[in-house]
Design a protein around this ligand. Structure first.
Ligand SMILES: Cc1ncc(COP(=O)(O)O)c(C=O)c1O
Length: 504
């Protein structure tokens, strides 16, 4: 655990227990129960400050604004802390805009993204004075019309899609081998570069629109620095070209989106590659082993699988400081090299996973340690959580670092699957080494602050867990757990189906 101490100021172990800030996780679950999401206020404030400071160092000619992607976490108390820290917000839906407005985000730093925006959303954006980040060719004309009707001027930026022919290494977003440039091209978002010069000219002639900047987001295709350098080189070239095409246009802001990996990087591409090797190797082996009788076959298989123990990624992602150099530094250098003057232009960044990730952990209680020795040896640590409470991570093959929070000093000795209690597969951490755990032990999954809590679903009619915010030695509920009644709150049984079934 010592490595976690170094990385996160909010997490550490003491006397065999995991602490988040000054709170013992064992005491937290006594008070709030399990499963439970727990966030550190200190870590959140620290992360947003670190992003701002690091990027400001490498963007010396203008302001840096941090617009955390609210999709990664829209818990209002979390959002309130970010607003207190002066952060803006990247928004993708009317619900997310509601969250941003409810939590007092500075309107000048709200970017409303997404294709196919409905007219009522556009109207709300104009009335609230937030930035509309345009994704569709037809959108500016609609915005201009609505703004005209309201007698206001809309502030828009184009979300652009440059070409990245040099980024030909495989993206982490696809289990198959797909190169990053192709991954970016087939993703729906962004206005293709071919239309931008013309569209800009049209927009500049629209009376009710101000084109304040450009926006680009590709996401975490890769954790490395060369990826960011490659992105920013092409983006800079496009910005410089467009500025020329639009008569030396100067934006107020340039937004470079998010996609910085969490330091412990739970994105499980490495594990996935291993899966492929295992599958390819194990299939012919399985066929060969069919020559054996079932008992020796399963015994041997058990041994083979145990030797494929999995573990979280040990290769740490670059630091925020390194990302800042690779992203802001490259963009700044490239733009200036191309003769584009960056002075006075604001740089906006939209970190999601890397800003929220290590601020949250998920605590779950061990319900059973189940074993079988025949025919194939296997063990399961059955917890009271579910894969469905962390669906965002499942979607990205996430494999989180974990620690048994009430026995942090116990060495891992047993091979087991850590599973949730929904019936559907639910292998939260397959084939890992765990200590000799027992009923009532407490498991902590780390780096659960982004995309996890907000993607929790109700499969098996499970009520979603509560969330607690820790500040020093204090802890408060910031999102209470659901009740079973709430799980069914949207259900309507038509009148004709009520009553005695025998009367049909
Ligand atoms: C427009 C935009 N900005 C920022 C982000 C945050 O990305 P990440 O969580 O990878 O940093 C996203 C996520 O999809 C996004 O769509």
């Amino acid at each position: 655990m010592s490595e976690y101490q170094e990385i996160d100021s909010c997490l550490r172990t003491r006397n065999g227990h995991l602490y988040i800030e000054e709170c013992d996780t064992v005491e937290l679950v006594k008070k709030f129960g399990t499963p439970l999401f727990v966030f550190s206020e200190k870590q959140l404030r620290q992360n947003v400050r670190e992003f701002k400071a690091a990027f400001s160092q490498h963007w010396p000619d203008g302001q840096v604004e941090v617009l955390p992607a609210i999709k990664a976490n829209w818990i209002l108390a979390i959002r309130k802390i970010l607003s207190q820290e002066g952060a803006g917000a990247d928004i993708y839906s009317p619900g997310e805009l509601h969250a941003a407005l409810e939590s007092d985000v500075d309107r000048e730093m709200i970017s409303v993204n997404g294709g196919g925006k409905e007219e009522d959303l556009i109207e709300k954006c104009i009335n609230e004075g937030v930035r509309i980040t345009v994704e569709d060719l037809e959108e500016p004309a609609l915005i201009n019309r609505v703004a005209g009707r309201l007698g206001k001027k809309a502030k828009i930026r184009f979300r652009v899609k440059p070409n990245f022919p040099d980024l030909y290494k495989p993206t982490d977003f696809a289990p198959e081998k797909v190169s990053i440039d192709v991954g970016i091209q087939v993703y729906k978002s962004g206005i293709p570069a071919q239309y931008l010069a013309e569209l800009g000219k049209e927009v500049m002639a629209m009376p009710n629109i101000e084109l304040t900047g450009l926006h680009f987001h590709a996401g975490r295709h890769h954790a490395s620095l060369w990826y960011w350098q490659g992105l920013m080189k092409s983006y800079a070239a496009l910005i410089a070209d467009l500025a020329k095409a639009w008569g030396n246009w100067r934006p107020k802001e340039i937004d470079i989106g998010g996609g910085y990996a969490i330091y412990r990087d739970p994105h499980n591409k490495l594990g996935l590659r291993k899966d492929v090797i295992e599958t390819w190797l194990s299939w012919p082996l399985l066929q060969l082993l069919r020559l054996l009788k079932p008992t020796p076959r399963y015994k041997l298989l058990g041994k083979i699988f145990h030797s494929f123990t999995k573990e979280p990624n040990r290769k740490m992602a670059p630091s925020i400081e390194q990302y800042a150099e690779a992203a802001a530094g490259t963009l700044h250098r490239e733009l200036n090299r191309l003769g584009f003057d960056t002075s006075g232009i604001t740089l906006q960044i939209e970190p999601g996973r890397c800003l929220y990730g290590n601020t949250g952990i998920h605590l779950t209680r061990v319900k059973k340690f189940k074993r079988q020795t025949e025919p194939m040896p296997w063990s399961w640590v059955l917890t009271d959580s579910s894969y469905f409470f962390m669906a965002g991570g499942v979607y990205e093959y996430q494999f989180n670092h974990f620690i048994f929070a009430n026995r942090t000093d116990d060495p891992p000795t047993v091979f087991a699957d850590i599973v949730g209690h929904s019936c559907y597969g639910d292998r939260m951490l397959p084939q890992v080494l765990v200590p000799e755990v027992k009923e009532g032990d407490l498991l902590a999954l780390l780096d659960m602050g982004a995309y996890q809590e907000v993607s929790a679903s109700n499969f098996n009619a499970l009520p979603r867990p509560a969330t607690v915010l820790v500040n020093g030695n204090e802890a408060e509920i910031i999102r209470r757990s659901e009740t079973i009644a709430e799980v069914f709150a949207r259900d309507i049984i038509p009148e004709r189906l009520k009553g005695n079934p025998l009367s049909v």
